[in-house]
Design a protein around this ligand. Structure first.
Ligand code: DUC
Ligand code: ZN
Ligand code: ZN
Ligand code: ZN
Length: 517
């Protein structure tokens, strides 16, 4: 037969189109999309029965176990995270590789990434993954910082296909000074690397944490009180100024605050290359979900993450930002810690104090599986404007921003991998069509989901990764799990403006841009 797989009777939905058509798959690639493909030309026929067919999701913000254990003991290995991903229709995840400070020499950063890839090559992966780079330490390294960045960012891209760097404005040990943020942005621009920014003012967080502890306010809820929305707003504004100084495109990750959104929007209106990611939890949960009732075993700790969940009225601003383009992408910030360890175990916030202290609760929640179903559901509830918008922010834009378009994030015959989700027809019932989110649906290694009990109108019926069905009506197809590391190209979303706030210019003459040399 002409095609290995033919998907019949679906409604194709991409970031730009919504129309009924059939899809022909050959090997790992999408080979054809036509009004009608005769079933005789297909080896395997999948009948979508009128359901929507989208590209697989790209979750560009996923934390999993890594050699450096930057975030301590998270529950999910790469294998388990990819398993959970495909159970929710995501077919590519981008995780993090952290700098190994014990390595030296001009290719030490590359080696850190290679060691991470080696670790994952021993695991069975349900879908493809890429890696962002995190620098473990910059402060106190003096001029070494500039050298590391200048020489080694280019090497990491050449050697490993890593085209993005995450920097932090908070967290003890990771917080960067403005001086070093400038260093990172200078080197990123030169090498065409996308700078991802975690924007919270770490000094305010530290001061508030100490003060709240002094007042005996220790419960999980006060984690949020220690870092209100203005803390994110200040850091976001500062980072925009630094990026403008360096003429460097930037992307803010996990944006949760109205002040930050307004700053981003203003920068975009002024023509700066400023992009942003938000996460489903900021659109759907609130600070009330971090409150513990007496005797509930510290349940609020489940929903502690940074930035924290915000007051109820913020949710509307998040949905608005998705719809009006302020947010370029949605990622999950999946960072799964066992509830049992948040509440007891070795991360134990109680080890330090019999009432449990928010300072010691590991920050993060699982979400790689639920991101796509929750946002598909949001279209059906009229919170998100269209299914095309859904694909744009969850699939297509992440691929463009992070340099893997159109291999990923699209359904382009001859170019795109056959990474596809077939959703249930909206108006029909099936033996397996989830109506409510439960933890066992998510196939991760974590013992809870913050979305337990949430009603859901649809769920991926088939998830196809590189032409193979990896998830079908609630069942994982273990034998088809052949995910691999993907090298990424540089971003195709935008280039520097070549506009500067003063006469100062960088000494290098070439940067990533094909436009500016
Ligand atoms: N925020 C989290 O909640 N967890 C992981 C890292 C981060 O920035
Ligand atoms: Zn972060
Ligand atoms: Zn994160
Ligand atoms: Zn105590």
């Amino acid at each position: 037969s002409t095609y290995d797989v033919v998907i019949k009777n679906g409604i194709i939905c991409t970031a730009s189109d919504f129309y009924p058509a059939d899809i022909g798959i050959i090997g790992e690639k999408i080979a054809a999309i036509c009004d009608y493909i005769d079933p005789v030309h297909g080896g395997e026929i999948i009948d979508a029965e009128g359901g929507i067919v989208t590209p697989g999701g790209i979750d560009a913000h996923v934390h999993v176990d890594e050699p450096m254990k930057l975030l301590g003991d998270v529950a999910d290995t790469m294998g388990e995270a990819t398993r959970s991903a495909v159970a929710g229709g995501t077919t590519t995840i981008i995780a993090f590789a952290s700098q190994d400070l014990s390595l030296t020499g001009p290719r030490a950063l590359s080696q850190s990434v290679k060691n991470t890839i080696d670790m994952y090559s021993e695991q069975r992966l349900y879908c493809d993954y890429g890696l962002h780079l995190i620098l473990a330490r910059l402060e106190g390294t003096g001029t070494a910082t500039k050298d590391i960045l200048d020489q080694q960012l280019g090497n990491v891209y050449e050697d490993c296909g890593v085209s993005s760097l995450k920097v932090f404005m908070t967290y003890p040990g990771l917080q960067m000074s403005d001086y070093n943020l400038l260093n990172a942005m200078y080197a990123s621009r030169k090498n065409g690397i996308t700078t991802m920014i975690h924007a919270e003012n770490g000094d305010i967080v530290r001061w508030m944490t100490e003060s709240l502890e002094g007042q005996g306010l220790l419960e999980p809820y006060y984690h949020g009180v220690s870092r209100p929305t203005i803390v994110e707003g200040e850091a976001t504004n500062r980072a925009v100024t630094l990026a403008q100084t360096m003429d460097n495109p930037i992307l803010f990750v996990h944006v949760s605050s109205p002040e930050a959104i307004n700053t981003i929007r203003r920068a975009q209106t002024a023509g700066l290359k400023v992009y942003a990611e938000t996460c489903p939890q900021y659109a759907l949960l609130s600070d009330q979900d971090t409150k513990c009732a007496h005797g509930d075993n510290f349940a609020g700790a489940k929903n502690v993450c940074s930035p924290p969940l915000r007051p109820e009225e913020v949710k509307q601003a998040i949905w608005r930002g998705m719809n009006n383009g302020s947010f370029t992408i949605v990622g999950s910030d999946h960072c799964a810690y066992l509830y049992s360890s948040k509440a007891k175990g070795k991360h134990n916030a109680f080890e330090k104090c019999d009432r449990g202290r928010f300072r010691y609760i590991p920050n993060g929640m699982p979400g790689v599986c639920t991101r796509l179903p929750l946002l598909f559901d949001a279209v059906m509830r009229n919170k998100l404007n269209s299914f095309m918008k859904f694909v744009e922010i969850n699939c297509t834009n992440p691929a463009k921003v992070y340099g893997c378009y159109p291999q990923k994030g699209a359904l382009l015959p001859g170019s795109s991998d056959a990474d596809i989700v077939i959703w249930y027809p909206n108006d029909k019932e099936y033996a397996f069509k989830p109506k409510v989110i439960t933890n066992d649906l998510l196939e991760h290694a974590c013992d809870y989901t913050p979305f337990e009990g949430v009603e859901i109108k649809n769920w991926p019926r088939f998830t196809i990764a590189r032409g193979k069905v990896v998830y079908k009506e609630g069942k994982l197809m273990h034998d088809n799990a052949t995910g691999q590391y993907i090298r990424r190209k540089k971003t195709s979303l935008s280039y520097p403006n070549n506009e500067w706030p003063s006469e100062w210019r960088p000494i290098y003459t070439k940067c990533n841009s094909p436009v500016i040399q």
